[in-house]
Design a protein around this ligand. Structure first.
Ligand code: NAP
Length: 446
């Protein structure tokens, strides 16, 4: 009997796992179960809308989804439409590929004020994720503070800084474009609690800030060390030196060069969001770096801003039936093994670090583990797999969105794209399902 595997989550870690399973076992069947009607997870709703080339990997994922032994069950929510225990009963192995979709809390006074947004919500909003399409951030401000020195922080700053013409070839959600492009933002401050050498930006993303049409990057040269000190690999040293060189270039730019400015502010730890229920500014403490840590100096200062976006990393939601390693914010696991028949990959396994391709190794590891465990336990002993899942969902009145259905949603988005853009995203589940229902209605009439 073929081994039946369910993968929960249709993002990069889920698809790399499906592809690895196809290779590792030439008979196994894989069902990918996804809460949204749309596949591809962070490729669709996390990767910046102006970084279309990064999204190209979804073509390989689509080929995996269309392989004869793979099925996509979209719009099926774990815990709402099907329980984890039920899945584990239906399949020989269940792989959690659910990512880390929640914002890490800022945890400072005022952090809940109006005008403070987490990057998961904010990025989800401008990328047309249905869970965040009604975020309606109030961007009617001249100054925005973005907390964090990772690629998500820089993505947010860039999307706020780019002109409509620069975003014309992106798939920025239309409702977000309307708000962002009429916002009177002039100053965006990117805040790092450590220094320029410790910043986690990749150089491509950092350099891009120097080439924007109407925004100039600025940094105080006094914050830039003369060289990269400390013990590290040659590769790390080269990458950090590259960032430092890019920042040195930024330190020579003039504030009046362009209409908008992005300020790189290092050695500053947010301690309070100021305002009376609505953001008016940030109080920060100057830091110095000791070892790997930012240590407060006790010196406080304030910057005015009307919006704070916190891009300080992501965490997992609780998953009923799964024990979470609270300290690491991941599913408790031993290199992907959770318990018998249950596995985890991607950010749910190792936390929110690494690029899209990092997930490939997770997929390879778990495919190997499943193959080994199944051989050992003589599993693949006739579990119902997808046929059982379909039956159970039908009994509950749940109609999964198939991959063919998704292709129709995609075709509708592409057909509606403004000139030069790859697609006009549908941002509401009901609108996606209306597209799926169209051919059925037409058929019913004829
Ligand atoms: P990240 O790279 O881990 O950056 C998080 C940033 O938040 C760090 O600068 C961190 O500072 C800071 N931070 C954490 N807690 C903080 C606090 N309490 N107060 C102030 N600052 C705090 O995470 P990310 O930007 O969310 O990105 C997640 C992963 O996705 C990364 O691996 C990233 O490279 C990847 N990604 C890649 C791309 C791309 O390739 N274009 C785009 C987006 C995301 P410390 O360093 O001091 O902890």
């Amino acid at each position: 009997m073929p081994v039946q595997v369910a993968i929960v989550g249709a993002g990069p870690s889920g698809f790399y796992t499906a592809a690895a399973l196809m290779q590792a076992d030439e008979t196994c069947r894989v069902d990918i179960i996804e809460a949204l009607p749309t596949p591809f997870g962070l490729i669709r709703a996390g990767v910046a809308p102006d970084h279309q080339s990064t999204k190209g990997v979804s073509r390989a994922f689509a080929r995996t989804a269309q392989a004869p032994r793979v099925s996509f069950f979209g719009n099926v929510v774990l815990g709402r439409d099907i329980g984890l225990d039920e899945l584990r009963g239906l399949y020989d192995a269940v792989v959690l590929a659910t990512g880390a979709p929640l914002d890490r809390p800022l945890g400072i006074p005022g952090g809940e004020s109006d005008g403070v947004y987490g990057a998961a919500a904010f990025v989800g909003w401008y990328n047309g994720h249905p869970d965040f399409c009604d975020l309606a951030p109030d961007l009617n401000t001249a100054a925005v503070a973005v907390i964090g020195n990772g690629n998500v922080a820089i993505d947010v700053a860039r999307v706020l800084a780019k002109t409509p013409a620069e975003m014309a070839s992106s798939d920025l959600a239309e409702n977000a474009a309307a708000v962002i492009h009429k916002a009177p933002i002039q100053d965006i401050t990117l805040i790092g609690r450590r220094g320029p050498v410790e910043a986690k930006f990749t150089n491509k993303e950092l350099s891009e800030m120097g080439d924007l049409a109407e925004c100039v990057p600025l940094v105080d040269p006094a914050q830039l060390p003369a060289e990269v000190d400390g013990d590290m690999s040659d590769r790390d040293r080269r990458l950090r030196e590259k960032n430092l060189a890019t920042l040195r270039g930024f330190s020579c730019r003039r504030p009046d060069e362009k209409r908008k400015r992005v300020h790189f502010l290092f050695y500053a730890r947010p301690v309070e969001v100021l305002g009376d229920g609505r953001v008016r500014g940030l109080r920060l403490e100057r830091t110095r770096v000791e070892g790997d840590r930012a240590v407060g100096t006790g010196e406080m200062f304030e910057i005015p801003c009307g919006v704070v976006i916190s891009a300080i990393g992501y965490r997992m939601p609780p998953l009923p039936g799964v024990s979470i390693d609270e300290r690491a914010g991941v599913v408790a696991n031993r290199d992907g093994r959770v318990e018998k028949g249950l596995y985890v990959v991607g950010w749910a396994k190792r936390g929110p670090v690494g690029v899209i391709g990092t997930n490939k190794a997770d997929g390879d590891v778990v495919a190997q583990q499943i193959t080994e465990d199944m051989a050992e336990n003589a599993a693949g002993d006739g579990r119902p797999g997808g046929a059982g899942l379909r039956k159970l969902l039908a009994k509950r009145g749940v109609n999964p969105v198939t991959f063919a259905d998704w292709l129709r949603i995609e075709a509708a988005e592409v057909a509606a794209a403004p000139a030069g853009a790859p697609r006009r995203k549908l941002i509401r589940i009901k609108d996606m399902l209306a597209v799926v229902a169209q051919p059925a209605k037409a058929a019913a009439k004829s």
